[in-house]
Design a protein around this ligand. Structure first.
Ligand SMILES: [Zn+2]
Length: 236
């Protein structure tokens, strides 16, 4: 495996060897803001672990997550290639390591390496599909299936144990904290998760899957179609 980032790992060895000197090792610390709304993007990030949230904040103080990025993706490349600003806030919710590339350098590399540009565009296509599915989910689905989808997405990215407060979960869902408390308690009683002082442990993925809306499977299918067409049936 040439990179712990699954996207960089898709590049052929020759292309990867040309971008490797541009990769900067970064620690993505919890709470770190990779971008603020309407700020220019200076770096693209390719996480090896952890989770990054794209969050829309509304003037009244409400916020909602529109996408989650981890080792299967990147953030900032599309903005870097077009020298654009970030439309929304982007924040590390679970710490992890990763690589970053300066925006100017990434732009030059993408001009020289058509397969790098194609990969980044393909990911942008997936990212946009994820945002659209999340928008539909937030508008139509009930809080419990949405919360299960969200917990499963974190499970896919970081495994069964992570630190997350109920306040943060409520903020990402755009719902009241009391709703999250009730649902987390129900999931705990059902044996799906345990939750204590912000420490989540997922005991039984199948219970979360049964209670999640279809959006998780839809988003995973988009990803498989774009990046692993030969493994379409392997959505496990
Ligand atoms: Zn949904």
């Amino acid at each position: 495996m040439q990179s712990e980032n699954l996207l960089l790992n898709q590049l052929n060895a020759s292309t990867y060897s040309k971008i490797a000197p541009a990769l900067i090792a970064v620690n993505l610390e919890r709470g770190h803001e990779l971008a603020r709304p309407r700020e220019r993007v200076h770096r693209a990030y390719f996480p090896y672990g952890g989770a990054i949230s794209c969050v829309v904040k509304l003037p009244g103080g409400d916020a909602i997550e529109t996408a989650m990025i981890g080792k299967d993706g990147e953030w900032g490349a599309a903005q870097a290639l077009d020298d654009k600003v970030s439309l929304n806030g982007v924040m590390v919710q679970i710490a992890g390591k990763g690589s970053a590339i300066e925006a100017d350098r990434l732009r030059r590399l993408a001009d020289e390496l058509p397969d790098l540009r194609a990969l980044l565009m393909r990911y942008e296509h997936f990212f946009s599909a994820q945002v659209q599915q999340t928008a539909a989910c937030n508008a139509v689905h009930q809080v419990e299936p949405r919360l299960c989808r969200w917990l499963l997405r974190l499970y896919d990215l970081v495994g069964p144990d992570y630190m997350i407060t109920q306040e943060f979960m409520a903020e990402m869902m755009g719902v009241r904290r009391t709703s999250v408390t009730t649902i987390a308690s129900n999931l705990q009683k059902a044996g799906a998760i345990s939750y204590s002082r912000g420490q989540v442990h997922i005991h039984d993925v199948s219970i979360l899957e049964a209670r999640s809306c279809e959006c998780r499977a839809e988003i995973r299918l988009h990803y498989e179609e774009l990046f692993h067409p030969q493994e379409l049936n392997r959505i496990d």
